[in-house]
Design a protein around this ligand. Structure first.
Ligand code: PMP
Length: 425
């Protein structure tokens, strides 16, 4: 338990103050997207009301203020994840989201494989015989870009298997990652299982063989205290909309020396020093090199407010609060005919709890639960291989945010206990 008044925090979310189908809304779908506190909603409209202008260009005062707000937001986000934000040392690249950040890396590695970026970029280059390692727990936004990269370069895609309860088998790092491995891309927290990956042995082994380690931090940054320096990850991607910020923006962390060596993936305005007709352009230093085109400035500024807001509550407090709710949600597994897809024990996991109700299709479960005003996600959650691991195509998933209460979890458990009798399963 913490001293933080989480009931008061919930009050900061205007969307939660409504009834759905005649019931008070219980929102348990934060793994899909989180709701936004008033301060984040205000930050976006305040930006448009007072300082809206393009960044990094234009000599006028609004452009200067906008640029300052944008760079301050980058620094706030950097502080949340233990990254550098000093000028010339920046390690945070603005993206359109986790998917965009992961595709940026896969595309840049593909460009390096074609010889782009010269000698420094060769550490990212792939050729037939090289290996890319992922896991069976990956969201499709990790699996597919790196699978495509393997197809494009002739490299071989390999993967970590999972334990019966869906944890990535970090204990097999020495076997799965070999001297031929060049890239390892692994999720920090499974978006279906809620399991926190023991990444240390995987990072250690990846670095032992000279491979680049990429972390999908989508489901960890909103819920756990992360420090990318301490974790020694090379790159990490996540989305603002799952950490109480706006949609359409995300961030890519990269160790500075790796960002310096990485060739660009997207091309356009605001990323070159010099452009010519008859020879290749000279690209700017990171992060600008990776931020071609007009940036979603208002959204980045609001994401910075979200990052500060989370830090003010304290990530340890958020983690502890959600852990108590996770404990309640795990009681779903005590219901007759209900199976949890992920660790049953409330250890090294977050409050994302996927479950199968024997004999009832997830869409029927979801509709029944929705009729009681409770929002959960149903389907394969863009993670088909992990569902196949559990012998299923789809499941139901409840997931917590900072605004949830024990009562929310109890309401869900009670609702799910009625599903099989209702459908006579
Ligand atoms: N990875 C994980 C683990 C996720 O949960 C998600 C979001 N569902 C993503 C990547 C992709 O994030 P986005 O859709 O915001 O780009």
């Amino acid at each position: 338990m913490t001293d933080v008044d989480f009931a008061a925090i919930r009050e900061q979310f205007p969307i939660l103050d409504q009834r759905i189908h005649g019931h008070p809304l219980v929102y348990l779908d934060s793994a899909a997207t989180s709701q936004k506190p008033q301060c984040v909603i205000d930050a976006e409209s305040e930006f448009y009301r007072t300082i809206n202008a393009g960044v990094h260009r234009g000599a006028h005062e609004l452009a200067a203020r906008s640029t300052m707000a944008f760079e301050e937001a980058r620094a706030k986000v950097a502080r949340l994840v233990g990254a550098n934000s000093e000028e010339g040392e920046e390690e945070i690249v603005v993206t359109a989201g986790a998917t965009a950040g992961l595709n940026l890396l896969a595309t840049a590695f593909g460009n390096a494989s074609l010889g782009r970026g010269g000698k420094p970029a060769q550490r990212f280059a792939l050729k037939p015989g090289d290996e890319i390692v992922v896991s069976k727990a990956e969201h499709h936004s990790v699996l597919l870009p790196f699978q495509e990269l393997a197809y494009r370069t002739g490299a071989t895609l390999k993967w970590f298997d999972l334990t019966d309860d869906g944890r990535i088998r970090s204990d097999t790092a020495d076997q799965v990652i070999t001297e031929r491995t060049k890239v390892v891309a692994i999720t920090h927290v499974g978006n279906t299982t809620g399991a926190v990956t023991d990444i240390a042995p995987i990072v250690r082994r990846a670095h032992e063989v000279g491979a680049v380690f990429i972390l999908d931090a989508c489901q960890s940054v909103p819920h756990l205290k992360v420090d990318f320096h301490a974790m020694d990850v090379d790159f990490a991607a996540w989305s603002a909309h799952k950490m109480y910020g706006p949609t359409g923006v995300g961030f890519l962390y990269g160790k500075r020396e790796l960002l310096e060596a990485l060739p660009p993936a997207n091309f356009g305005g605001s990323m070159v020093e010099l452009a010519w007709m008859d020879k290749p352009a000279e690209y700017m230093a990171p992060p600008a090199r990776f931020e071609a085109g007009t940036q979603p400035v208002a959204q980045v500024v609001a994401a910075g407010v979200a990052a500060d807001w989370m830090r003010a509550i304290g990530m340890e407090n958020i983690e502890a609060h959600e852990k108590t709710i996770a404990g309640e949600l795990l009681k779903l597994g005590d219901i007759d005919g209900v199976r949890i897809l992920g660790p049953r024990e409330n250890v090294n996991r977050i409050g994302t709890v996927a479950f199968d109700v024997q004999g009832v299709h997830p869409h029927d479960v979801g509709q029944f639960i929705d009729s009681l005003g409770i929002a959960i996600r149903v389907g394969h959650h863009c993670a088909q291989p992990v569902h196949r691991h559990f012998g299923l195509y789809a499941s139901n998933r409840a997931s917590t945010g900072v605004y949830n209460s024990i009562e929310d979890a109890q309401a869900l458990v009670e609702a799910v206990s009625k599903v099989r009798p209702f459908f006579k399963a």
